[in-house]
Design a protein around this ligand. Structure first.
Ligand SMILES: [Zn+2]
Length: 106
């Protein structure tokens, strides 16, 4: 990767993380539509530059309506199964989208 490309991706990552931060603040203030706008902008920047952000940050955004998922406020989180695997189920309170994450025990 050229130096220029790396610089662009670095900037894109910083901007996306900043926008997601802002989106979280807006959702806490009750501004769901503004928060969604910030998220969509962040996702667009990431898509255009193909920059990567950590998985746990990406999981914070609802895949369907692009709202920041905050447990208790915009999402409900349940943990199921304890023996062989653990499933973390996140449901978006705004659109009802459900995300399941599974971890197997070794
Ligand atoms: Zn949603």
């Amino acid at each position: 990767m050229s130096r220029r490309k790396r610089l662009i991706r670095d900037l894109a990552r910083q901007r996306a993380l900043y926008l997601i931060d802002l989106a979280e603040q807006e959702v806490r203030r009750g501004n769901v539509s503004l928060s969604r706008k910030y998220c969509e902008l962040a996702l667009a920047i990431l898509r255009r530059t193909r920059a990567k952000i950590p998985k746990y940050v990406k999981r914070k955004i609802c895949k369907k309506c692009h709202v920041i998922l905050i447990p208790g406020l915009t999402s409900v989180t349940r943990i199921k199964g304890f023996r062989r695997s653990i499933r973390i189920i996140t449901r978006c309170k705004v659109c009802g989208w459900v995300h399941r994450l599974m971890f197997r025990k070794r």
